[in-house]
Design a protein. Structure first.
Length: 334
C-alpha cells in the first residue's frame, strides 16, 4: 500500500480507452466507485452507436432514441460522478518506470492539446486499464471501393443518407445493421437494393418483416459485389450470383457497405492476447492476458454486439478493475 502514496497527478486508478457505450458505462461505474478515472476518446474513430440514427431496443426507450443522444447522456452521467475526459489516439500501453508497483503507462497523441511543450506524445500512468475501443466497418476490398470512398461509397447511412435523395441506392449485407440502414435509406432513395451473399437474412425477424413489406426495398440473394464503378462518383456496381456465377450490373448513385466489423485493436498487439481476427481475448471477468488490463464491448470476442451488451460489459470491466486496484492498494474488502 505504501507504494501508492504520493503518486504523480498524472497517474489514475483506471484509464479507459474508448468513448462508446462500453467505455462510458465503465467510466460511470468506476467513477461512482470513487476510482480516479480518465477516459480517452479517440480523435479519429467515432463510436458505431454515436452514428446510429435510431435505437429502438435499448431498455427504457420504447419510442427509440438516437445513438448520439444516448452517448451524450452516458457522458454527462460519467462526468457528474467525477470521471475526467481527454481526446487523443492511443499509441501504446507499456509497463512504466514504476512497473514493479503495478503501474501501466498509456501513451497517446495526435490531437492539439495532448502534446507537451516539446511536441512529444502525452503519457498517463494507470493502476488499471480498460480497453473499449470498439470496431470499425469491414471493407469489401473490391475494385473501385477505395477510389470512390466519399463519392458514393459509404459505411454510415445516418451520416450520408440525405445526400442520396431520389437516387437508387445499394446496401451490402444481411445483418441487423444492414437491414436497419436499408430501411432508413428508404426515406431518401428512390429504390434500395439489398445485396446479400446468402439465401436468407441474418437480421432480427422484426427487421426482416419490415424489409420484406417495404415496397422500396428489393433483395438480391446469393450474390456478392465484384466491382464498384464510376468516373467521378458511383454510377453502378457489378454483382455475381454465387450459385449460378452469373454477373449483373446495377445502376446506382450510392453504395452503403455493412459487411461486418473489424476491431480497433492495432495498438494492443504484443500487449494483450488477440484471437485470429484480432479481437481481444478475455475471461468471464473481462480480464485480458495481462494483469491489470481489461477489455469490453466490440473490441473483444463476443456473440452479440449491441449497445445494451456493451453497457453490461463496461459495468463488469469497471467492477473487475475496481477489485484489482483495491487488491493493489491493500484495501480490498475481505
Amino acid at each position: 500500500m505504501d507504494g501508492f502514496k504520493n503518486l504523480p497527478e498524472s497517474t489514475y486508478d483506471v484509464i479507459i480507452i474508448g468513448g462508446g457505450p462500453a467505455g462510458l458505462t465503465a467510466a460511470i461505474y468506476a467513477s461512482r466507485a470513487r476510482l480516479k478515472t480518465l477516459l480517452i476518446e479517440s480523435s479519429s474513430v467515432v463510436s458505431q452507436a454515436a452514428v446510429t440514427g435510431g435505437i429502438e431496443n435499448y431498455p427504457g426507450f420504447p419510442e427509440g432514441v438516437s445513438g448520439a443522444e444516448l452517448i451524450e447522456r452516458f457522458k454527462k452521467q460519467a462526468k457528474e460522478f467525477g470521471a475526467k475526459f481527454t481526446i487523443g489516439s492511443v499509441r501504446a500501453i507499456q509497463a512504466g518506470k514504476q512497473a514493479n508497483a503495478g503501474i501501466w503507462q498509456v501513451d497517446f497523441g495526435d490531437t492539439v492539446g495532448n502534446a507537451d511543450s516539446s511536441g512529444a506524445n502525452k503519457s498517463y500512468g494507470a493502476l488499471s486499464v480498460i480497453i473499449a475501443t470498439g470496431a470499425r466497418p469491414r471493407e469489401l476490398s473490391v475494385p473501385g471501393e477505395e477510389r470512390l470512398k466519399g463519392r458514393g461509397v459509404s459505411y454510415c447511412a445516418t451520416c450520408d443518407g440525405p445526400f442520396f435523395k431520389d437516387k437508387n441506392i445499394v446496401v451490402v449485407g444481411g445483418g441487423d445493421t444492414a437491414v436497419e440502414e436499408a430501411l432508413f435509406l428508404t426515406k431518401f432513395g428512390k429504390k434500395v437494393v439489398l445485396v446479400h451473399r446468402r439465401d436468407r437474412l441474418r437480421a432480427a425477424k422484426i427487421l426482416q418483416e419490415r424489409a420484406f413489406s417495404n415496397e422500396k426495398i428489393d433483395i438480391i440473394w446469393d450474390s456478392v459485389v465484384e466491382e464498384i464503378s464510376g468516373s467521378e462518383k458511383v454510377e453502378a456496381i457489378r454483382v455475381m450470383n454465387l450459385k449460378t456465377k452469373k454477373e449483373e450490373e446495377i445502376s446506382c448513385g450510392g453504395v452503403f457497405i455493412f459487411a461486418g466489423l473489424m476491431p480497433n485493436t492495432g495498438f494492443a498487439k504484443g500487449i494483450v492476447e488477440l484471437d485470429s481476427d484480432d479481437y481481444i481475448t478475455v475471461d468471464n471477468a473481462l480480464k485480458t492476458s495481462q494483469g491489470g488490463i481489461f477489455a469490453c464491448g466490440d473490441c473483444r470476442k463476443t456473440h452479440l454486439r449491441q449497445v445494451v451488451t456493451a453497457c453490461g460489459d463496461g459495468a463488469l470491466a469497471a467492477f473487475s478493475a475496481q477489485q484489482y486496484v483495491d487488491e493493489l492498494k491493500g484495501t480490498a474488502y475481505k
